[in-house]
Every structure is written in C-alpha cells, then in structure tokens.
Write a protein that binds this ligand. Structure first.
Ligand code: G3P
Ligand code: MG
Length: 247
C-alpha cells in the first residue's frame, strides 16, 4: 500500500507546514497529502481548516484574508515554541520544493464548505508550471470541484472523498467509473473486502483515511487497499514491512 503522509508528518510536526512535508520525505514514504484553500487575493494556500483559529496564533477566514495577512500567522503555534515560526505555505512554494523530490502528492481541494471561485483552475496552472501533473492525485469531498478540474485537465487523476455519513454504498465503483474518478477515498470504517473488490473490478483505486494504528493498517492490507493516509508515516513504513513479510 502506498503511504501518504497526512498533512505531512503531522503526528510529530505542525500539520501542513513545509517542515512537516520535509520531515515526511525524510522518512522514505512515497507520498504527501495536503489541503488547499484560496485567499481573498487569489493565492492558493495550504492549511486544513477554513479559518486560522485551530492551528495558528491568529484568527480569521482564509477566504477573507490576503496572502500577506496569512503570512503573519504561525502554523507551529500549537507546539508552544518546540519548533520555530512556520508560515502557512503557498501551494506554489510546496510545488517548487516537491518538484525537486521524487514524492507523489494528493492535493485535497477544500471546497466542501467554501466554494472558492476558480480554485481548480488556479491549482492546475501551478501544477503545470512545475510539471507535476503526473505526480499528483486531486481529491475533494465536493465532487463538483473534481468535475471542474476534469474539464480543465481531463488527464488529471481524481479521488472521490466520502464521509462515513454518506453510507458505504453511496459514491462507489459505478459512480466513480461514470464520472471518471480514478480513486475512491473512504474513511477506514467504511471499507469492506466487497467494496474494495468492486472498485478494483472497474479499475478504481481505494485510498483510505486516516490510518494511525497497526490493526487497521493490517485489515486494509488484507482487503487489498491501494493506499493509506497516516499522520505517522515512519510507523506506517514499519507496519508495511511487517505485513509484507507476513508478520
Ligand atoms: O484526504 C484524506 C483526508 O485528508 C480527508 O480528511 O479532513 O483530514 O482533510 P481531512
Ligand atoms: Mg485532507
């Protein structure tokens, strides 16, 4: 299974910072997951929530702030001085760094609550500028964003994120196939051997979030899942070694 460092190496480092991405790469895992929003002045930035409140020392909604205003927020503030000031990265800054590595990226477009105008176009133009289209998978809980991106970039790989509340039968293989989504992204509790097989039978991958324990990792491995999102990529590499060696 492919190991995606969820929001970077977020189990030990401030989530969605360049520090967390660089630390994820150092572990030797092959992929990073990150979350994109759009500022008032049209910059794509990487942060999980719609506001600054939970993860920084400032508050305010991303969509109502400029990129320069966001730059003043410390994305490492939850760690109380353990790490130096970490700015909220721009997506461009992330791409510039990741283009120099071998890492694969899952770009999650955060339009589930805020309909950021033309964010898909902006994301794709940055991806193209850095020549990263082949090394990225784009996911979103709001599948309209995936369809928007598909219009702009028919070759882009798309992952349909689904919440547990949607029900395991909703948004499954036929649905992904019909809309041209190459992957199904459920939470771990939704996954069964039957729905993994169903996805695989129509060429749809299954990547699962968020897997932070060995028992769940083993269960997903046995069901034949293709990838997992984890806050602990270093541990997940050890788990993968163990399950691959049948231990
Ligand atoms: O893409 C997997 C996972 O990141 C989805 O949930 O809330 O962590 O962005 P969330
Ligand atoms: Mg995410």
């Amino acid at each position: 299974m492919k190991i995606f460092a969820h929001r970077g190496y977020s189990g030990l480092f401030p989530e969605n910072t360049m520090l967390a991405y660089k630390e994820a790469e150092k572990t030797g895992c092959e992929a990073i997951e990150l979350d994109c929003h759009l500022t008032k002045d049209g910059e794509v930035v990487v942060i999980h929530d719609e506001t600054l409140k939970r993860t920084t020392d400032k508050d305010g909604a991303i969509g109502y702030m400029t990129a320069a205003e966001l730059r003043e927020a410390n994305a490492a503030s939850l760690y109380e001085g353990r790490y130096p000031f970490q700015p909220i990265p721009t997506f461009d800054e992330y791409c510039e760094w990741v283009a120099q590595t071998e890492m694969f990226t899952n770009v999650e477009i955060k339009t589930d609550l805020v309909p950021y105008p033309k964010i898909e176009e902006k994301i794709w133009s940055i991806v193209e500028r850095h020549g990263l289209g082949e090394r990225m998978l784009f996911s979103c809980f709001n599948h309209v964003s995936l369809l928007n991106l598909k219009k702009i970039a028919p070759q882009a790989r798309l992952g349909a994120l689904v919440w547990e509340e949607a029900g395991a039968r909703a948004f499954l293989a036929d649905y992904c196939k019909e809309y041209g989504f190459s992957a199904w992204h459920p939470s771990a509790s939704m996954v069964t051997k039957e729905n993994v097989d169903e996805c695989h039978s129509v060429g749809v991958e299954v990547n699962v979030w968020t897997v932070n324990d060995f028992t769940t990792f083993t269960r997903l491995h046995e069901m034949g899942c293709d990838g997992v999102f984890t806050d602990y990529p270093e541990a997940a590499l050890v788990w993968r070694e163990r399950v691959n060696n049948g231990k």
